[in-house]
Design a protein around this ligand. Sequence first.
Ligand code: F6P
Length: 369
Amino acid sequence: MPRHIRRIAICTGGGDAPGLNAVIRSVVISAARRGWECYGIREGYNGILFHERYPEGGVFRLTPEKVRGIGHLGGTILGTTNKGNPLQFPMKMADGTIKEVDRTAEILDFFAKQELDALVSVGGDGSLTIANALYQKGLRVIGVPKTIDNDLDKTFTTFGFDTAVDFASNCLDRLHSTAESHQRVMVVEVMGRYAGWIALHAGISGGAHAVLIPEIPYDLDKVVAKILRRDSLGRMYSLVVASEGAEPVGGHREIVAPAAVGHAERLGGIGERLARQLHELTDKDTRVVVLGHLLRGGSPTSFDRVAAMRFGTAAVRGLAEGQSGVMVALAFPNVNYVALEDVAGRMKGVPLDSDTLQTGRDMGICFGD
Ligand code: F6P
């Protein structure tokens, strides 16, 4: 029988997303209301494992006072990283080479020594896979689903997604007028990794004419035909939204850097490629806008703030009720708990039969197929 909870820790991992601070605030306040102490781990698990960076220890006490006024702020007061995966922590060997080492045992050891009873792990697929591994090794842990990409399985949505879509959609609103004034094709590259959620939702919301997503390999001729058809109707400009992971039929996705020890493949560059090709094929003036990390910044939307607080407080309630090895999920209209092992290592792309995709098609958006 696990002992009664008195002290918990929270960490944020992977790419930041608007709403992280709202989760931290809600965990700290709701934990304090139960009389629990809360500790923040800096920069994923680096606060525990990266001794050179945190010689004094990278874990600190979080009180309601410390989290006052942070709920509307972007980023995370704990810091984050998408490099320090404790299952494959990059370590310099005696011969100078870098090797990936499993250091999860050190985390369990740290929790035992500091008398920390449970962990709230806020993150995407990578962080929740780590959380599941820590749970399998005996840690009491509960996950909170974060990512602007919305690519986590078993939850209707993650916090951060709505803010990213809202921003991208606002950018599209602005691009309509300049594109129309100059009779240009504007290619807008958005993040999303291997899922097209941001491109799809922003494209529909912002009135894009073509949307290219990883789930549907595109035929450039179809996009060209769409642009020229619009021209023939006197609509002399077009907006093309491209998800960073989209790829042409029989082709490959664009990457900035391949996967290497300690970090995953970095996507990017499809916007430039498309703009160049569309200019060649349509002879139209073409420009590219890469929204990139702008999608991750700024204040969370009210939807994301509420989602973040629902997730954070549900994580604390779940721990109080004896839950462990689970992730808080949104299953409209309520939150529920799903097994971490059903989430870890799985990706949720846009289903080809989704009504949102069909909505785009019915509105005349070209998906390159
Ligand atoms: O997963 C979130 C995300 O923003 C992806 O959309 C993007 O591919 C990646 O992170 C970028 O990561 P980095 O911070 O390493 O540039």
